[in-house]
Ligand binder design. Sequence first.
Ligand code: NDP
Length: 286
Amino acid sequence: MPVKIPHVTLNTGGEMPILGFGVFQISEDRTQRAVEAALDVGYRMIDTAAAYENEQAVGRAIAASGIPRDELFITTKLWVQDAGEVPAKRAFERSLDRLGLDYLDLYLIHQPFGDYYGSWRAMEELNRDGRARAIGVSNFYPDRLADLITHNEIVPAVNQIETHVFFQRADDQQLMLEHGVQHESWGPLAEGNRGFFENSLLADIAHTHGKSVAQIALRWLIQRGIVSIPKSVRPERMAENLDVFDFQLTDDEMARIATLDTGRSPIVDHRDLQAVAWVGKVRFNT
Ligand code: NDP
């Protein structure tokens, strides 16, 4: 039986699966196989980016799957070097071409750096034309998100930010709820940082439900209404990460997991000046 993945409704009126598959740090030569396996176990949402340099392989897997386009939800992202109204439009065409698609379900500004106001104007146009069914941002902390919303016509449909048990982003989520922006988590398994897979509190709850630590962390995001996109190159883990719709965490378990929040990223802080300078300089063949 294929897994039935619940959807959230975006501010566009469109629907987005609450769980999908991410392909960051999967090399181009392994991506086609990984995405084919993910589609095979039941994922219907794929999250890539121009900066991951694997859009072509994602496109080949989509084409090989034979799954009708309207059953898929495909996201890609605009990298910093293509920020600005004209470069963003060109970058969109290149991404679409590499993916072999004629529209995207979601197009995101990958980082809150460079001329993202210009990028947003381009994205608003792509959205009005129907070529990007939804548009959004990624890694926008509340101040930048509020600023972008205040000074533009279209409110981002999604903000994809690092969110997991150690960095829970409750204030970010509150702002997004107030403005109708869907919260999407990247790094839902904390990329394994801080001993994530061995965490005793999560392991204890996992034991109670006969589930794994990864499944508890994903279920906790789902019960907070947060979309997530765990990555794995292993089909058995892909299936495990999808098998989270047959149990429920109690209020007490949700409250216990809330105590794991450190309020800080173990991966990257987009307000750290060195990170801002470094990200701004990274160039890809986008
Ligand atoms: P995740 O939190 O999804 O962790 C991935 C790691 O966990 C991999 O090492 C994987 O190993 C391992 N893993 C996955 N499932 C299991 C499991 N069930 N048991 C044990 N280990 C497991 O990290 P990501 O950074 O990949 O985040 C997910 C997605 O979010 C990305 O792929 C990307 O699409 C997006 N993203 C977006 C960013 C942005 O700036 N917008 C930044 C980072 C990510 P293995 O593959 O060997 O199974």
